[in-house]
Ligand binder design. Structure first.
Ligand code: GLU
Length: 489
């Protein structure tokens, strides 16, 4: 079998939508599972949507998630240029469009806006123009005269008015449509640029793409592409259309619903690229043994496109958060610290051992953005309620909490240092001496130094990070709070 060649063909319109990331990943996987090539092509023919710098975002994003392309604008593989606007300059699309005009498979259309509007029907929010082939019937003389006069034109595909067109999709099977339902779509626009509908066919052919992998919103246009391949006499690639990604309400994943939809957006929310990539891999595919945490290498090995699902994939934020947490837990310490320390310093400044704080929460967070809320008590003791000292299971009361704190404070002050070992030794000796449960000493201590019911780490870790002065101040404050609470009883 010929080497598989797939392409990721993003339009540089700004940020990377998760749907695009899934397409890029599946395109990569279809090729790489079989040792094929993954090509990057920039589809920038829609000048109205072009965003300066967006191409760089694409490079950065692909590199950031490890989807390394074999050919692209920055890596010539002999099929360039890989940027469509550069291909336009060479006159390539026009040349192929005129070849179709020559064959009677396409034609010049000079219809103006008013005429086209008269052919448009609006149903609800959607307006559909079904072109009536008016210009197909212009004589050669009329066309030449119009061209000579510089009249604006487009080139349209001449779709048969009867019969059917079928194509086969690897995921959705054979799809057949009535030709009469297809519109004579524009191939070359009045600005001389090709439409996506034309350029994707010409480029996929010239770049030797064997498998076209893309979202199933393109299924309905594919018969028109099939007709173009036929008109040129080119072999059609295999199609693998991917299921829709929906939100939890089963509506198309879109930013209109207020949901984060871009890779950049998720990174800002404290997700890590590896987890996001792993998660999108599961939007339409699962591993044969149902393992969910998989590296790109493992997915590449196991990925078989015949297992891609037809049914919509639901984007589940809870699952994504869980998965991200698993990645953070398993992450190499240095790498984690590089990511987490800035969150710590943004919350606490640089007065604390930021690395120690970051490591304290490593196994407890799901996203990096969980860090501030979890650690803010280090910066300032929250105004907590004395009731927090009462814990049924720990068997603590106002009275025994007060006793523990009052007894422990001078002992802690007498320690040579506040290392975990020293703190542990001090409290262990105290509970032994008093014959009390650990909790009767530890619960009040942690409450006093954190002012919180749940904290990352226990009293010792918190005291070690807070340091002597602040810890003792907080314990004293706890003692005062308990005395006041007892007095009020
Ligand atoms: N430029 C198209 C897009 O960004 C590519 C679709 C395709 O993969 O053919 O949606």
């Amino acid at each position: 079998m010929a080497k598989i060649r797939t392409r990721f063909a993003p339009s540089p319109t700004g940020k990377m939508h998760m749907g695009n990331l899934r397409s890029a990943l599946y395109e990569y996987l279809v090729a790489k599972h079989e040792g094929g090539d993954f090509i990057l092509r920039i589809e920038d023919t829609d000048r109205g949507r072009f965003v300066e710098g967006a191409t760089d975002i694409i490079y950065r994003t692909l590199a950031g998630v490890g989807l390394i392309h074999d050919e692209g604008p920055d890596k010539d593989g002999g099929c360039g240029p890989y940027v469509q606007s550069e291909r336009v300059k060479s006159g390539l699309y026009m040349k192929y469009a005129l070849e179709l005009v020559e064959k009677g498979e396409a034609y010049y259309c000079f219809c103006d806006k008013e005429r086209l509007e008269s052919l448009t029907t609006t149903i609800g929010e959607e307006s559909v123009t079904h072109y009536d082939k008016h210009c197909l019937h212009l004589s050669k003389e009329e066309i030449d005269a119009n061209l000579k006069a510089g009249k604006p034109f487009v080139i349209r595909q001449n779709i048969p008015t009867s019969g059917t067109t079928s194509f086969s999709d690897e995921n959705y099977g054979v799809i057949t449509v009535e030709n009469s339902e297809l519109d004579d779509q524009i191939l070359i626009k009045s600005d001389g640029f090709p439409t996506y509908n034309f350029a994707n066919v010409v480029d996929d052919h010239l770049m030797g793409i064997t498998h076209v992998v893309r979202g199933n919103e393109y299924l309905s246009s594919t018969p028109k592409y099939t007709l173009l391949y036929k008109a040129f006499g080119w072999e059609e690639p295999a199609y693998i259309h991917l299921p829709l990604i929906t939100n939890e309400d089963h509506k198309k994943l879109s930013k209109r619903s207020g949901q984060t939809v871009t890779l950049e957006g998720f990174i800002e929310q404290g997700f890590v690229p590896e987890a996001l990539l792993n998660y999108v891999a599961l939007l339409g595919w699962n591993s044969p043994d149902n393992r969910e945490i998989l590296s790109l290498e493992e997915i590449t090995k196991e990925f078989d496109y015949h297992r891609i699902s037809k049914s919509p994939a639901v984007f589940d934020n809870v699952k994504l958060r869980w998965m991200n947490g698993e990645y953070l837990k398993a992450m190499d310490e240095d790498k984690y610290l590089k990511l987490a320390v800035p969150y710590v310093e943004k919350t606490l400044g640089t007065g604390f051992d930021s690395k120690a704080v970051a490591l304290l929460v490593k196994t407890r967070i799901e996203t990096l953005c969980d860090i501030p809320e979890m650690i803010d008590f280090f910066a300032a003791l929250p105004d907590y309620d004395a009731e927090m000292y009462i814990h049924k299971k720990m068997k603590t009361t106002f009275e025994n909490s007060l006793e523990s704190l009052t007894d422990l404070l001078p002992r802690l002050k007498a320690l040579p240092d506040l290392s975990l070992e020293s703190l542990q030794g001090c409290v262990a000796a105290y509970v032994e001496e008093k014959q009390i449960k650990n909790g009767v000493a530890l619960w009040p201590l942690r409450t006093a130094v954190s002012g919180k019911q749940t904290t990352p780490g226990g009293a010792y870790e918190i005291i070690e990070i807070l340091g002597a002065e602040e810890s003792f101040k907080r314990i004293e404050k706890g003692i005062e709070k308990l005395k006041a609470a007892i007095a009020q009883q």
